[in-house]
Design a protein around this ligand. Sequence first.
Ligand code: SF4
Length: 755
Amino acid sequence: MAFDIDMIKKVYSQYDERIAAARQIVNKPLTLSEKILYAHLWDGNATEAYERGKSYVDFAPDRVAMQDATAQMALLQFMQAGRPKVAVPSTVHCDHLIQAKEGAEQDLARAKNESSEVFNFLSSVSNKYGIGFWKPGAGIIHQVVLENYAFPGGLMIGTDSHTVNAGGLGMVAIGVGGADACDVMAGLPWELKFPKLIGIKLTGKLSGWAAPKDVILKVAGILTVKGGTGAIVEYFGEGAESLSCTGKGTICNMGAEIGATTSTFGYDDSMERYLRATGREEIADAANMIKHHLTGDPEVYADPEQYFDQIIEINLSELEPSLNGPFTPDLYTPVSRMREEAAKNGWPLAVEWGLIGSCTNSSYEDLSRAASIAKQAVEKGLVTKAEFGINPGSEQVRYTADRDGLLKTFEDLNATIFTNACGPCIGMWDRAGAEKQEKNTIVHSFNRNFAKRADGNPNTYAFVTSPEMVAAIAISGDLGFNPVTDTLTNRNGEQVKLDPPTGDELPAKGFDVEDPGYQAPAEDGSSVEVAVSPTSDRLQLLDPFPAWEGTDLKGLKLLIKTKGKTTTDHISMAGPWLKYRGHLDNISNNLLIGAVNFFNDKTDYVKNQLTGEYGPVPATQRAYKAAGVGTIIVGDENYGEGSSREHAAMEPRHLGVRAVLVKSFARIHETNLKKQGMLALTFVDKDDYNKIQENDSIDIVGLTTFAPNEPLTVVLNHQDGTSEQIQVNHTYNAQQIGWFKAGAALNIIRSNQSK
Ligand code: SF4
């Protein structure tokens, strides 16, 4: 469980020199985000000033964190690298695969039973390769990371979009796909487009019912779900310093909902208090030594317009509690306007559930503030109108909250205490009656509220708010209830008012825990066997992809020419397929089933040129593979946009597709294809897309002299006996051409290991 103080001290020891080098090159005062990024360049000291939003830069992250759903493929790939241990400190957290239903004890037992092979695999592979393993029930990845591993000025990646939560402790922490995590664990650099910077100046101080959650709900309302794309959001100002560390975590967490690369805060007293309270005095002492590097330069914050690409100012003293939703986290409604907005939009006013938890809002402070409302309800004779569910963020938070009577307070209101896990936040909620799909309203302290996200019911109107507001609104059972002004009728028919919440930033008696649920890896893992059953339908060990045969590719059949948007969701769908994320062959049965076939406007319906028959894409591709016939996918603009999931590149590779030729690529998907040894090509003349016919056999010529910046030739052999030649571009550098020739990037890493 121990954080790696030697690693942290090493990072801090480099700060002086690296910041000095960056200062000289950039030649102006630096923001905190720039300091952290320039201090983590893969090649050491800066030698050029990177252009925000343009330059692609190699970084050296300090840590990797993975959750149980995404860790499976990341680790299956890592196993192919042939390393005895991970190159950087890494952890796995079992939190996504636990369904909330009856309560923690029963739910956890059921999940351990149902997903035992996944948990056993993750446990054994972690044990073998030096990875810290947090068992099911130990907590939600981002709360556990904040409590144990995050440190000011660090750079971390995680295979989950809310990795950004660690910005609450002054990190630059970024959500990535499994392939990126695998590379970093295998000792390779991690590439990122140098982000733009949005500065948010916080003035004033929160009071009354306003909470840190209201800051990010307001920001989401201003920037919308796309407004932070490609940018780091850096918070500063006296208001920032007045917030608790976990409150800062909440704000950074929901930066994912505005599309931001990440969000962060400068190191301050609240972070020092949190580090000391969570047993990390050594980190606090080390951070204090380089405090001036762990925040932006004073000139930056004095004149932020000069140094950020965009500036927003929020006065915390004027902030009103709010609820965002339904169906999108950026639809901002201050509580004072909710009754009117709900009436106008037909949002059901009766609230059926109030849910407190998720990685966004499940700290001790969150629970204590919500409990202060619950306690008043009991004392003032109120009866809860809605049902209550609580997911504590970690076993440490749960144990401490239980010791301090906070959980008992909720139980007095008939709350169900669910497992320390994601639960309803990721749809792992067996909500009674959800299948009836009735229109209803819930309020929760999570981050996302897209249709069906919590309970699978498209007619559940979910509103995101702070934990204390969840408590107040669940007690009232009324979405329009404004605790700032309204009263409630108690058992005796009296009108009572709820006082504003109170709470403890940190537990007065300190944190405590009996069994945090951590498994340390074996010192020497060489004899540890990794548990994967050959008959499993959820896990499958990977075989290395074969090396290039050394010749041009001739006679490739067209598998599909996709029309319009082809996102990674169209290429490898989520939903019910999530459970096969650790089984490449099974999940390959979703290959391109969401993409539209140019020739018939249908999804999952393509021609098998060998038989002339039409059928699903995966079955057709399997038929080509069985016949030993290579294939090619042709696509439209921005092919592979969306989530960075590596399955979208691994599936076609696994099923025998050799190349993807498109008008343009989403860059991450293009890189993922390269890593898996595929040919990722673009039309020199985009109109050549129209020359591709359904019955074409296609040759790719020039591979024996494959070189950077040299176009390749594609020959289209049409069914009528005619043929056409077109030019295609690629962006492979020399190293990436090596990946293609070796069959995959991991094949190269493995062969380097064995030398
Ligand atoms: Fe993701 Fe929700 Fe789990 Fe957080 S609690 S990691 S948002 S599923």
